[in-house]
Design a protein around this ligand. Structure first.
Ligand code: NAD
Ligand code: MG
Ligand code: MG
Ligand code: MG
Ligand code: MG
Ligand code: MG
Length: 320
């Protein structure tokens, strides 16, 4: 069973006495920086000179410095740049100033798990991975609550890594909701699996294929859009609130019966085997290798897919 820790298990004072660097000011970066500031921490934001995020950071009251300067000043460094750039940012801007005993933090295990970052053995390394987008992390904190997070200690040379990492998680507001101890590979592999199979890849393919099936059969695209895409939010809210059985209690008996008889026809043993294959590709590094090579090649596949994505009929109908 998972160990879940809360505010009472952490000591906010520890992180308040350190200089923290937040590298990157995107979805996660802005939420980490603002939550930490509101928790009474000393934060410096690190961004390249030409970064588009500089303006947003300035509007939020920061005076961003270069990533290498932020990393040099800080004792705790949270790396919140896109996963595919982390290896390069780490090597160029972080590594040179990783003096003994500093704490390097990440919010997702990809770059460490797949060897894009290889930290020296005289620093602490840990992960605090919030279970949600930055906007939600910030919003929940600002109403006095928080979102859960996964955390793990990758390397502890000071003997303080655990306490300091939990203190960081408290400053983020995550110990208000509960933080679950994990391992680097568990967080990395389950996060990639869930976004590919359920949250992003699975869901969008399910919606698009259902939309296309209705339109092909002659139904109005606007009607197909509403019932196959927009209503997902209503069901997702029920699932978020109380789980599957709770959702079943809230829908009509007709919808519930249709769920039981048709769900397993759509997601069948063939799909289960595909899920296992997907998991194997994540575990053995095949997916990571593809994604790393894709970036080295200048993202040709990502760009082509994005263009195709944007021009699908479901977008035209949705915009209308
Ligand atoms: P993002 O794309 O929203 O923001 C990235 C930030 O990094 C931007 O401010 C960008 O300007 C900056 N940046 C880009 N290249 C840079 C460089 N070379 N040097 C310095 N800064 C650079 O990214 P994000 O979604 O916040 O992801 C950051 C990390 O958080 C990733 O490891 C991601 O897996 C993790 N994470 C994201 C979410 C989420 O929902 N977005 C949730 C949990 C964890
Ligand atoms: Mg994006
Ligand atoms: Mg995640
Ligand atoms: Mg992810
Ligand atoms: Mg019912
Ligand atoms: Mg209905």
């Amino acid at each position: 069973m998972a160990t879940i820790l809360y505010d009472a298990d952490a000591n906010l004072e520890l992180i308040r006495h350190k200089q923290v660097a937040i590298i990157g000011y995107g979805s996660q970066g802005h939420a980490h920086a603002l939550n930490l500031r509101d928790s009474g921490c000393n934060v410096v934001v690190g961004l390249p000179e030409n970064s588009k995020s500089r303006e947003r950071a300035r509007q939020d009251g920061w005076s961003p410095v270069l990533p290498e300067e932020a990393a040099a000043r800080a004792q705790v460094i949270m790396l919140l740049v896109p996963d595919q750039h982390q290896g390069q940012v780490y090597t160029q801007s972080i590594k040179p100033s990783l003096t003994e005993g500093k704490l390097l933090l990440i919010a997702h295990g990809f770059s460490l798990q797949y060897g894009q970052i290889v930290p020296p053995d005289n620093i602490d390394v840990a992960m605090v991975a919030p279970n949600g987008p930055g906007a939600q992390l910030r919003h929940m904190y600002s109403i006095g609550s928080g979102i859960p997070a996964l955390w793990t200690i990758y390397q502890d040379v000071t003997g303080q890594a655990r306490e300091l990492t939990l203190s960081y998680a408290q400053a983020l507001g995550c110990t208000r909701a509960g933080v679950i101890q994990t391992t680097l590979s568990e967080e990395t592999e389950t996060d990639l699996f869930a976004e590919q199979v359920v949250l992003c890849g699975g869901l969008t393919s399910l919606i698009r294929t259902a939309f296309e099936t209705l339109v092909e059969a002659g139904y109005q695209p606007e009607v197909a859009y509403t019932c196959c895409l927009q209503e997902v939010k209503l069901i997702a809210d029920l699932l978020y609130k109380g789980g599957i059985h709770f959702m079943h209690n809230s829908i009509s008996d007709t919808a519930e019966f249709g769920d039981y008889v048709t769900g397993p026809r759509i997601i069948d043993e063939h799909t289960r085997e595909k899920m296992r294959e997907t998991l194997r590709d994540i575990q053995d590094g095949s997916f990571a290798r593809n994604w790393i090579l894709e970036n080295q090649a200048g993202q040709p596949t990502l760009r082509a897919m994005r263009r195709k994505d944007a021009t699908h009929q479901i977008e035209t109908v949705g915009n209308k």
